[in-house]
Design a protein around this ligand. Structure first.
Ligand code: EPU
Length: 337
């Protein structure tokens, strides 16, 4: 293992924020990772794909651990299903494409989500009508305090919308080293109910879409709305869509009857934060190098040299304005350091 000093993290986070890591190490295997976590540093900072974080300051005290655990394999299969284990450092989208090449179904709606396999369960990534939890079986982890391995079943992960046990009571305590998925080998249960997918397929005159057709439709939709982090720094949706009690929703919808919304349960409704931010006047706005994307107001962008603090100040300005205008609180989806 090789501990490096004073490394810029600009190329390790999709926002492209230039902060300094005083101590940086790459873990290439589980054994190496177990050795690294024994090292005597006051704190450990885990870095995967860097796609869901906003870095607002240098990392001086913690040891930054870059998780580079690679590999994916079929661990079990029967006539209908295949079980696949992928290591944490595998790029999510490349993993989805690999599944499609083998005609394994389930992850196609989540094509092109930035980040790595190992961080996907933390926020239960999701898009276009599917969530990670729909195909998740279990994940293997290492407990940072003890170095011991622990397997988490789906139930133990306590998945919810953009949420899991790893964002709550066990936050910062476990490192996910691999994730196992259950995928279909045939008779794939495709989900095209998300409006934009059907329109995209209809435009191509595809009536019975394969899982690859769905993936291609999702890729086309995402490319039309979401900026490519390689070209324009961003971390996908910056905010979560707020889920509000119907008492609050009823007052809101009387005042803004044109607002889109989705019923979550008999008592709660989800309102798209992108709509709230757009109506609050921020869509496409730029303040220095920090901005709000022109095609999707939920995405904050770094035009080049924005600091994490500048992005954060913009986020807080948006949050305050949305609350003043709509009486609805929006909260970040990304992890802030
Ligand atoms: N909307 C606006 N203005 C905007 C953006 C959206 O009015 O600038 C409206 C749209 O017209 C639509 C509604 O808001 O009526 C929902 O928009 P969209 O379908 O684009 O989805 P979203 O709710 O904004 C969520 C996820 C995305 C995911 C898409 C598609 C969250 C926080 N975000 O966005 O996830 O790709 O649905 O499933 O749930 C991510 O998490 O990084 C991410 C990109």
């Amino acid at each position: 293992m090789n501990i490096l000093h004073n490394i810029s993290l600009k190329n390790y986070n999709t926002f492209g924020i230039n902060v300094n890591a005083k101590n940086f190490v790459q873990a290439n295997s589980i054994e190496e990772l177990q050795e690294i976590i024994q090292l005597n540093y006051p704190d450990k900072f885990l870095l995967g794909g860097g796609s869901n974080m906003l870095l607002t300051k240098d990392i001086d005290n913690a040891l930054v651990i870059y998780l580079n655990l690679k590999g994916k394999k079929i661990i079990q299969q029967d006539d209908d299903f295949v079980y696949i284990k992928a290591h944490a450092g595998e790029n999510w989208h490349e993993f989805v494409l690999w599944c499609l090449e083998h005609d394994f179904g389930g992850l196609e709606n989540m094509s092109l989500i930035p980040g790595n396999v190992g961080t996907a369960p933390i926020q239960n990534i999701g898009a276009y009508g599917k969530e990670l939890k729909d195909n998740f079986v279990s994940c293997e982890t290492i407990e940072i305090a003890t170095g011991k391995t622990r397997n988490f079943t789906k139930e133990a992960c306590n998945f919810d919308y953009r949420n899991s046990v790893f964002k709550n009571e066990l936050k910062g305590q476990y490192i996910i080293t691999s994730v196992s998925f259950k995928l279909t080998k045939h008779s794939h249960k495709t989900n095209t109910s998300y409006g934009a997918i059907e329109a995209e397929l209809a435009a191509k005159n595809i009536k019975k879409p394969s899982i690859t057709d769905i993936s291609n439709a999702v890729i086309a939709i995402r490319n039309s709305k979401l900026p490519d982090p390689k070209k324009l720094g961003n971390s996908g949706s910056f905010f979560k869509n707020p889920v509000v009690p119907n008492t609050i929703f009823n007052t809101f919808i009387q005042q803004f009857p044109e607002a889109p919304s989705y019923k979550v349960s008999d008592t709660e409704t989800k309102i798209p934060a992108g709509w709230l931010i757009e109506k609050a006047g921020f869509k496409g706005k730029r303040f220095g190098d920090a901005g709000v994307h022109k095609n999707q107001a939920l995405v904050l962008v770094n035009y080049g040299n924005a600091t994490g603090q500048e992005i954060w100040d913009l986020a807080m300005r948006i949050k305050t304005t949305v609350f003043e205008k709509f009486g609805i609180e929006i909260n970040p989806e990304v992890n802030i350091y």
